[in-house]
Design a protein around this ligand. Structure first.
Ligand code: HPA
Ligand code: ZN
Length: 324
């Protein structure tokens, strides 16, 4: 089955580009940009990737992102990820970036977005991999900072298709960002949000009702509310689930306890994604294999994850045809 999974065409919908920073590139960029990091080797970096919850990961993730300074750094980061996509037969990817993780340290918004965008364009022309870019607001920062970020995005509406919400879920409810999301929608951005990763099922319902999002990132805690699961099925509201991430951040203790295959069989539009693959130990194929090892599926079920991802993607109907 692993051969089938490897060759299966894939679509990724939940991927933080800063979370693809492999230790080798982190060390190279730290040296190139004279940034001090508390690690001297790839082994030391990998040894630090022992997380006990979302926050313990986020602390290391933001620290790692500090080595990204110049447009070329963002290009190199994105290009390395696209080459991994090619290995895993990922045909289309919708990428998050966290502008505030960089603008807060004095890096220009334009530097970040132009570097990523240049690599994505090269991905289309040289690898045939299509993509969309989604800008996430950091939910631990305030509304004012999110509004400022939305303003900075105005000059890049040709490059950014939507807005999302990530970082610390607990203590930062959706209503903090209701007005920003309303304005983003009025400006033509599509909307998604992380919800129900560490927080309860209510966070998912609130993100749907207050932020008017069209798909949910993670959302695995929906299972705690049967009426919510029913709504997800009947309205075909997609979940971008990240199995290896959920194990690394202890959302589930073991993959055998993960609910993704149950949700699939209940008719929820669930998809498989890698989230922050450099930190969580696997890209797309690794995530599919880990799920199938713990919850053996037939080929039609495995392929359904790709059909779901095509349906849940932000590509046009004609682009959807190409992916099918
Ligand atoms: N959850 C919240 N914020 C994040 C994540 C995540 O899994 N990855 C990167 N930022
Ligand atoms: Zn995420």
């Amino acid at each position: 089955m692993n051969k089938f999974i490897q060759s299966l065409p894939k679509v990724e919908l939940h991927l933080h580009i800063e979370g693809t920073l492999e230790p080798e590139l982190m060390l190279e960029l730290a040296q190139r940009n004279s940034i001090n990091i508390p690690f001297n080797s790839v082994e030391e970096i990998r040894d630090a990737y022992n997380f006990h919850n979302l926050q313990s990961f986020l602390d290391i993730y933001f620290q790692g992102a500090d080595v990204l300074v110049h447009e070329q750094d963002f290009f190199d980061l994105t290009w390395a990820y696209l080459l991994r996509c090619q290995e895993d037969n990922v045909l289309h990817t919708e990428i998050f970036f966290d502008p505030q993780a960089h603008t807060e340290r004095g890096i220009l918004f334009d530097t970040v977005v132009n570097g990523i965008d240049r690599a994505l364009n090269k991905g289309v022309s040289e690898l045939g991999i299509t993509s969309k870019l989604i800008m996430c607001f950091l939910r631990h920062l305030d509304e004012e900072s999110a509004f400022k970020t939305l303003t900075q995005a105005q000059a890049h509406k040709d490059k950014i298709i939507g807005v999302g919400l990530d970082s610390t879920e607990i203590g930062n409810p959706a209503n903090k960002f209701e007005r920003v999301f309303k304005q983003a929608i009025e400006q033509g951005f599509l909307t998604v949000a992380h919800a129900g990763e560490e927080g309860p099922a209510d966070n998912i319902s609130e993100a749907l009702s207050l932020l008017k999002i069209t798909r949910i990132d993670h959302g695995v805690r929906c299972s705690e509310d049967a009426s919510l699961v029913k709504q997800l099925v009947s309205e075909r509201i997609p979940l971008t689930v990240c199995p290896l991430s959920n194990i690394k951040l202890k959302v589930f203790d073991r993959m055998e306890q993960h609910n993704i295959v149950t949700l699939l069989r209940q008719g929820v539009c669930v998809t498989i994604n890698s989230d922050d693959p450099a930190y969580f130990g696997g890209y797309m194929t690794d995530n599919f294999v880990a799920v199938n090892n713990a919850h053996p599926m037939n080929k039609a079920e495995i392929a359904q994850f790709t059909f779901n991802a095509i349906e849940a993607s932000f590509v046009s109907p004609s682009e959807q045809e190409r992916l099918r």
